[in-house]
Ligand binder design. Structure first.
Ligand SMILES: Cc1cc2nc3c(=O)[nH]c(=O)nc-3n(C[C@H](O)[C@H](O)[C@H](O)COP(=O)(O)OP(=O)(O)OC[C@H]3O[C@@H](n4cnc5c(N)ncnc54)[C@H](O)[C@@H]3O)c2cc1C
Ligand SMILES: *[C@@H]1O[C@H](CO)[C@@H](O)[C@H](O)[C@H]1NC(C)=O
Ligand SMILES: *[C@@H]1O[C@H](CO)[C@@H](O)[C@H](O)[C@H]1NC(C)=O
Ligand SMILES: *[C@@H]1O[C@H](CO)[C@@H](O)[C@H](O)[C@H]1NC(C)=O
Ligand SMILES: *[C@@H]1O[C@H](CO)[C@@H](O)[C@H](O)[C@H]1NC(C)=O
Ligand SMILES: *[C@@H]1O[C@H](CO)[C@@H](O)[C@H](O)[C@H]1NC(C)=O
Length: 479
């Protein structure tokens, strides 16, 4: 149709226009620092280098090994999860990562569980699963079905975030991100799980026993926590839960590799805003002060979890709230069947959840190594106890009749979800972002990845990428 030369000129013009629309991108690859090498930091690095069209040079700094709160302990040659362990079948990003990197799912067996109130079991599963459903229904009746429906609805709304992010939309604060899932989600931050369930007509028995027990095992807290994290917690008691064969921390390790970011085991002491709008980092044990176009905080920054300095910024930052201490005690030994009223050692159930808020432990569960499916192979008998305070010798002897070895891990585990939650900002200053703000809605591995993708989009936008225009090359097409 058109003369050749004109065609060439036209396509040249189009090319120019494209180049022009991206001229704000630093022609040199932008330099980005990420502080924290858990799932938040490593997935942010992955999204930045794989889905934004940037070719960034990324440095990740962490004072602890890659994985952070996804960690294992080795007992007699077998690794066991001590931090984040359970994934939901509808955790889409974690599932996609596992698939992309060729990791297998470790299947859990649904062991028998019981609800212990400090003097006996208010509910305990028998051998026959049909009977179990029947007896759960017998005890909790309609409430069980109601909560099931509630969680299903919530998950449907929650999943809207994946399309929103694929379309390149990002949010500067947590409240707006939750609104994009569903406007009702912010209201769930303003009432307790107990109030929310009561409003839906769920029985007090269900709330006091089952809901409370699930909050205690998942967050070390009670149904006084807000309804959003409470619902995430209840979803974490559904069937089909999984973890990663080989250990969940393989995901952050693989994300770090795939992002080609440079990992530095280094503690960051301060972030300094330079007069040109870029940032410099200062370290605890290193005199260098490298500078960056953008900085991403991928770690909790409340006053009880870390102590960054922010220098030269026009306003002071506030990081309200605090983190809940959860003690994870791994015991290789045998449970004391007498304490729990079992006839003998062989009749002990796998998962003991507790309903009693004054009890010294939150849960006691049989654990299987990360390298085998539950119940497979000849693994040592290992139990995991969650408690809010370190267990005394006496308490350990109450729970166990014989103890071969114990390992104790002190976690600043997840936020304290008491009445005063105000969710914070992802954007602290143009070019400075905080992923873990999302934890005050709910702390979970998938939540971290959603926060990380949001922040990757914000940072890319700051660096001149038209993020909604990048839609065609977005994550869901690549995977
Ligand atoms: C006991 C326990 C059980 C859990 N169970 C589950 C579960 O079953 N399912 C689930 O989905 N989630 C669970 N979680 C929550 C989940 O593990 C976390 O939400 C998630 O791993 C947080 O990842 P992150 O990358 O945001 O933070 P982190 O993993 O904490 O990573 C932050 C990193 O930053 C580093 N850092 C901090 N300050 C500095 C500094 N100044 N300089 C350099 N580095 C610094 C830290 O060393 C740390 O390694 C659990 C958590 C715990 C503790
Ligand atoms: C990451 O890369 C290192 C070094 O190349 C390698 O040893 C390791 O197996 C990789 N880990 C994962 C989980 O891909
Ligand atoms: C940390 O902040 C909380 C409020 O969020 C406050 O109650 C507490 O006193 C603070 N602690 C320190 C050590 O500043
Ligand atoms: C709850 O535990 C405490 C001890 O921690 C005990 O005194 C109390 O009797 C228990 N409550 C019930 C209902 O068993
Ligand atoms: C106790 O631990 C030792 C190694 O420390 C191990 O060889 C032994 O099998 C363990 N005993 C039991 C009963 O598990
Ligand atoms: C969030 O940012 C806004 C300004 O954009 C600020 O007014 C507010 O105080 C910030 N909130 C927190 C918790 O830092």
């Amino acid at each position: 149709m058109c003369p050749i030369s004109f065609c060439i000129q036209l396509s040249f013009l189009v090319l120019l226009l494209i180049c022009d629309s991206q001229q704000t991108v630093d022609p040199v690859e932008p330099r980005i620092a990420i502080i924290g090498a858990g799932i938040s930091g490593t997935s942010a690095a992955y999204f930045l280098s794989k889905t934004t069209g940037l070719n960034p040079k990324i440095d990740i700094y962490s004072k602890d090994p890659v994985g952070g709160r996804m960690a294992t302990v080795n007992i007699h040659g077998f690794d066991f999860e001590t931090g984040g362990s359970i994934l939901h079948p509808r955790n889409r990003y974690m599932k996609q990562f596992a698939e992309e990197f060729g990791f297998k799912q470790k299947k859990g067996i649904s062991g028998k569980f019981g609800l212990y109130d400090g003097s006996g079991f208010v509910y305990s599963e028998g051998d026959w699963s049909v009977l179990n459903v029947a007896s759960l229904l017998w005890r909790y009746g309609f409430s069980l079905l109601k909560v099931n429906t509630l969680i299903g609805d919530m998950l449907n709304q929650f999943e809207r975030i994946y399309n929103v992010q694929d379309d390149g939309y990002a949010f500067s604060n947590v409240a707006d991100l939750l609104s994009a899932m569903d406007p009702s989600f912010n209201l769930m931050l303003e009432r307790t799980l107990e109030e929310g369930l009561k409003q839906m007509g769920v029985s007090s028995l269900f709330i006091d026993e089952l809901a409370n027990a699930i909050m205690r095992v998942n967050y070390g807290q009670s149904t006084d926590a807000h309804q959003f994290v409470g619902s995430v917690s209840l979803a974490g008691a559904e069937t089909g839960l999984w973890s990663l064969r080989g250990g969940n921390k393989k995901v952050p390790q693989a994300l770090l590799n795939a992002s080609r970011a440079h990992f530095h085991e280094e503690e960051v002491e301060a972030i300094h805003l330079n007069t040109d709008g870029r940032f410099s980092l200062r370290f605890k044990e290193n005199d260098e002060m490298p500078s960056y176009d953008a900085v991403i905080l991928a770690t909790p920054v409340t006053n009880d979890t870390s102590s960054f300095g922010f220098e030269n910024f026009p306003r002071q930052f506030h990081f309200p709230g605090r983190y809940h201490q959860t003690i994870c005690t791994m015991v290789q030994g045998e449970v004391n069947h007498k304490t729990f009223g079992f006839a003998d050692a062989s009749s002990i159930i796998d998962d003991i959840f507790t309903t009693n808020r004054t009890l010294f432990f939150n849960s006691l569960a049989r654990n299987y190594p990360v390298d085998m499916d539950d119940g497979e192979g000849d693994a040592p008998s290992v139990w995991k106890v969650f408690s809010n305070e370190p267990l005394t010798k006496e308490e350990l002897n109450t729970l166990f009749s014989s103890i071969n070895e114990t390992y104790v891990i002190h976690w600043k585990a997840y936020p304290e979800y008491d009445g005063t939650i105000s969710t914070g900002n992802f954007t602290l200053h143009p070019g400075l972002y905080h992923i873990n703000a999302i934890e005050f809605a709910a702390s979970a591995m998938e939540m971290s990845v959603i926060g990380a993708r949001n922040v990757a989009l914000l940072a890319a936008s700051h660096l001149g990428v038209d993020i909604q225009d990048r839609k065609a090359q977005s994550f869901h097409i690549e995977l």
